[in-house]
Design a protein around this ligand. Structure first.
Ligand code: R5P
Length: 294
């Protein structure tokens, strides 16, 4: 098994190759003056099972193309099986038609990656795991929530209340609470499908004088976390932390979250950022070892 370090996930690729003691191939890449991506794989690939590590965080579209090009280049160079490790899979939130006339974007991505030669896709906390059933290739969805919860526990937050900012993320809060041991709950979130405006309302739980950690899969604009933190503050939470798997942190998202009264933002290296305090390399390696076994 050889690891190809995609341009979007170089550090994570190095960590994975180091743990697995596998050869690492750096994908040479450049962007042409007109914006097109160029990729070249420099290494012996023939007959090998190849793991391409490439997250698809912003700029999503060019990173997606780079992933497809790496898969195609690996196939042409004689790779055996191609496993794509895509910790953050962009477009996963558009997994159905919400308003008439929309595409199901994630299905388009799945077909595109399959056409490029990817035999298996490993991702982390995809927005809705059920969508993977519609993918044409073998898929695995890993969870980084235990890693985040263990980290927060080591940081002294054992017994903190785990909160999901919407009902769809309740399984995440529950998973974290199994490790933190301070109970869990969720908020009701409504997002205006046209304006993107978010409103949250509380469910029946008491956060007065409690330490609360809000867990979510993604922080994009920060709007969800800001609304949730403000609500928790008004209900007397003693301190608020936010943790997510994919810290996209678009624009001034982190600043706005901190201004809403949050102590700290914690994310993983699924999306490299200065809040990426937890590495997902170990869970990816465990999965890849399974592939190696059979
Ligand atoms: C959506 O339901 C996701 O789980 C996140 O809550 C959402 O993507 C976060 O987006 P934003 O940070 O822009 O509110």
């Amino acid at each position: 098994m050889k690891i190809i370090a995609g341009p979007a996930s170089r550090e994570l690729s190095h960590r994975i190759a180091e743990i697995l003691k596998a050869d690492l191939i750096e994908a040479a890449h450049k962007i042409f003056p007109d914006g097109e991506s160029y990729i070249r794989l420099d290494g012996d690939i023939r007959g090998e099972n190849i793991v391409i590590v490439q997250t698809i965080s912003p700029p999503q579209d060019s990173r997606l193309m780079q992933l497809a090009f790496m898969a195609d280049a690996a196939k042409r160079a004689g790779a055996n099986r191609i496993i794509a490790v895509v910790p953050y899979l962009a477009y996963a939130r558009q997994d159905r038609v919400f308003l008439p006339g929309e595409p199901v974007s994630i299905e388009v991505i799945a077909k595109m990656l399959w056409a490029a030669g990817i035999d298996c896709l490993v991702t982390v906390n995809i927005h809705q795991a059920k969508v993977l059933e519609r993918f044409p290739m073998m898929t695995r969805n890993l969870s980084a929530i235990p890693l985040l919860a263990e980290y927060l526990k080591r940081r002294g937050l054992e017994g903190a209340f785990a909160l999901a900012p919407d009902k769809g993320a309740i399984h995440i809060a529950e998973e974290a609470a199994r490790i933190l041991g301070g109970g869990y709950g969720y908020l009701e979130k409504q997002r205006d499908r046209y304006t993107g405006q978010i409103t949250v309302t509380e469910k029946a739980f008491n956060v007065k004088d409690k330490r609360v950690i809000i867990f979510d899969d993604i922080i994009s604009t920060g709007g969800t976390m800001v609304a949730a933190a403000k609500l928790l503050r008004s209900h007397g939470a003693s301190s608020i932390y936010v943790a997510c798997v994919h810290p996209l942190l678009v624009g001034d998202a982190e600043k706005r979250i901190m201004e809403a009264g949050v102590e700290e933002v914690i994310g993983t290296d699924s999306v490299p950022s200065h809040v990426s305090k937890v590495s997902i390399a170990s869970i990816i390696c465990n999965e890849l070892k399974e592939f190696q076994r059979g």
